[in-house]
Write a protein that binds this ligand. Structure first.
Ligand SMILES: Cc1cc2nc3c(=O)[nH]c(=O)nc-3n(C[C@H](O)[C@H](O)[C@H](O)COP(=O)(O)OP(=O)(O)OC[C@H]3O[C@@H](n4cnc5c(N)ncnc54)[C@H](O)[C@@H]3O)c2cc1C
Length: 562
């Protein structure tokens, strides 16, 4: 857990985000750190201090070296020059700096040059970098590929790639999506054929973030099965057999290259077992990266809100600053509530991820490991869904607070709005997250998620806990009814039920914080009321019909031939 770089600078995004620091302080480090192995398990207090120092360093780099160049990166963007992907100038400098600081192997073990830090700390770093420049995050957070290689690669592969990834000498990408296989990755057509003890991969991929990377994790068909069980994940080192043929022109995250790839007999090595590439290896990778995309959303939302609050305190209309007007306050209050709720859910999730990593490493307590797995089946899609939905609302309000200036490039509000928009599309759209969650929720998942927290919570005299309990009961009854409905209806109602679940869980976490913090208590009180409203609203959704006849009647009039 040692970083080497010392910077003689003062601005610090970590210091300027007290809510994030509170979240990090609230992690149950006494349980998490011993599970890590390595130096951190020796002394918990020392481990916590080290984490603080590393996040301080990330906060400094984010504030002084990344944020000031975000607009320039947005304008210059990543480019494709003679078949090579070239990052924006500032992105190149920043990646060198992050590598020099030893921050490119955040969660990798020390034996491979990593920092061996917990996922909660890494997620906080991702949040800070995203707040400074959301496009840089997409390259930084592909560190998750290293984690996958560590978990599923053999020793030779680990030794070949991990030290260079941790040192920032090489970067990685996940090459999954194809034109006919987006949400439905089981339809991937790229093929891999056994050649000696290696695999020869051929096919085409689209939308690959950092597609010019040195190491590609390619989802390819190795088995006769035409569905997801025929796929494996193959680690391919860049060579002439992999060509970047175009970069997408996108709405936002311009500094992040999104590549179309042609792969022609590229040799690679299997990660995990044959046929386990989608449901085993890739899902593990995606679960990991989904949380980092949630962190990206929280970071962008935080940056947008910070800018909006500053603007509202300076901009005068009708002889007063606009933050004196209740409608402006309402927008900024709602932003704060949503950001804190998203953050509460996210770090409650990463804590379970960290506990599970420790249990896996030590092999202790299989029952607890199973409980963590079940919790994460719910918490991971919920974190991704909630954060990536609210960032769109938060950045839209932040832009609105700027009035006409928000629509121009004079202020970064429009960039936050554009950058945030990708988060509920990639790494599994919000519809896919909600669809996965509703199956668990109608199958007893709500109780798994909240009952223990409800039982542990204590009333503080303002009715918050009662409100949360009422919301739980309404929601549970609604889910029971939904569970008896047909699949199409369940999927149609999923969004409303997942939103209500997010408000309820966020409310419970904030209520717990509220024992020592008035701000959290106030937010929790609001959450309790909102959770109840959303629970009632989710139940009301049950009247909506998704039947073919209704769709034909309401939507068909818009249908025109192309
Ligand atoms: C900037 C960017 C970066 C990306 N980076 C990567 C990367 O690094 N690696 C990679 O492999 N891919 C990457 N992707 C691809 C991304 O993961 C996919 O775009 C995404 O999963 C959606 O797939 P699709 O675009 O084919 O949309 P589709 O799957 O066609 O979805 C279209 C719409 O239908 C909905 N839908 C589809 N199926 C269902 C369902 N079963 N239930 C409910 N609704 C459904 C979706 O929610 C969406 O609203 C990236 C994409 C972008 C734009």
């Amino acid at each position: 857990m040692q970083t080497t770089l010392q910077l003689g600078i003062v601005a610090n995004l970590y210091h300027e985000t007290p809510d994030l620091r509170r979240r990090i302080a609230a992690v149950d480090w006494a349980r998490v750190l011993p599970g890590l192995g390595g130096e951190a398990s020796i002394d918990v207090a020392e481990g916590v201090e080290q984490i603080g120092l590393v996040l301080d360093l990330v906060g400094q780099i984010a504030a002084d070296e990344i944020a000031p160049h975000a607009a320039e990166v947005d304008r210059q963007g990543a480019r494709l020059i003679d078949g090579c992907v070239v990052y924006a100038d500032a992105t190149q400098r920043q990646l060198r700096l992050l590598a020099e600081a030893g921050l490119m192997g955040f969660i990798l073990p020390e034996e491979f040059g990593g920092l061996n830090l917990p996922v909660s700390a890494y997620t906080a770093a991702v949040e800070l970098i995203s707040a400074a420049d959301a496009s840089l995050m997409t390259i930084f957070a592909l560190q998750g590929c290293g984690e996958t290689l560590h978990r599923f690669g053999d020793r030779a592969l680990q030794e070949r790639h991990l030290p260079r990834l941790a040192a920032g000498e090489i970067t990685a990408c996940m090459a999954l999506t194809e034109p006919g296989a987006g949400s439905a990755l089981g339809a991937v057509r790229t093929r891999a054929r056994l050649q000696g003890n290696r695999w020869s991969v051929s096919g085409g991929k689209i939308f690959i973030t950092n597609g010019g990377a040195d190491l590609l994790l390619v989802l390819a068909r190795t088995e006769a099965d035409e569905g997801g069980k025929g796929l494996s994940l193959v680690a391919v080192e860049r060579n002439d057999a992999v060509r970047v043929i175009r970069l997408e022109e996108k709405l936002g995250i311009h500094g992040s290259p999104t590549a179309q790839l042609e792969i022609d007999n590229a040799l690679g090595d299997l990660l995990g077992k044959r046929g386990d590439g989608l449901y085993g290896v890739t899902m593990a990778l995606m679960h990991h990266v989904r949380l980092e995309v949630a962190a990206q959303a929280v970071g962008i939302a935080q940056a947008a809100q910070t800018q909006a609050v500053r603007y509202a305190s300076e901009r005068e209309q009708f002889n007063r600053t606009i933050d004196r007007f209740a409608p402006v306050r309402t927008m900024l209050f709602e932003n704060a509530r949503q950001i804190e709720t998203a953050r509460a859910i996210l770090y409650a999730t990463t804590e379970v991820v960290d506990l599970r990593r420790g249990l896996r490493r030590t092999g202790a307590n299989p029952g607890e490991l199973e409980r963590c797995d079940r919790l994460l089946d719910l918490l991971t899609p919920l974190s991704k869904f909630y954060a990536c939905e609210i960032v769109n609302e938060v950045t839209s309000r932040a832009l609105q607070v700027h009035g006409g200036y928000g629509y121009t490039r004079d202020y970064p509000a429009e960039r936050y709005f554009r950058d945030g928009r990708i988060t509920n599309i990639y790494e599994g759209t919000s519809e896919i997250q909600a669809g996965a969650m509703i199956q668990h929720l109608t199958n007893g998942g709500l109780a798994v998620l909240v009952e223990e927290r409800l039982n542990r919570a204590t009333e503080n005299g303002d009715g918050t806990l009662q409100g949360l309990q009422d919301a739980y009961e309404i929601l549970a009854a609604g889910l029971e009814a939904a569970g008896a409905a047909d699949k199409l209806s369940q999927q149609g109602w999923a969004r409303a039920f997942v939103e209500a679940t997010g408000e309820l869980l966020g409310g419970l976490v904030l209520h717990n914080d509220g024992r020592s913090d008035e701000r959290s208590a106030t937010l929790a009180w609001t959450q309790a009321r909102l959770a109840m409203q959303k629970a009632v609203s989710a139940r009301t959704q049950e009247t909506t019909s998704f039947a073919d006849e209704t769709y034909e009647m309401i939507v068909a009039p818009y249908r025109r031939d192309a």
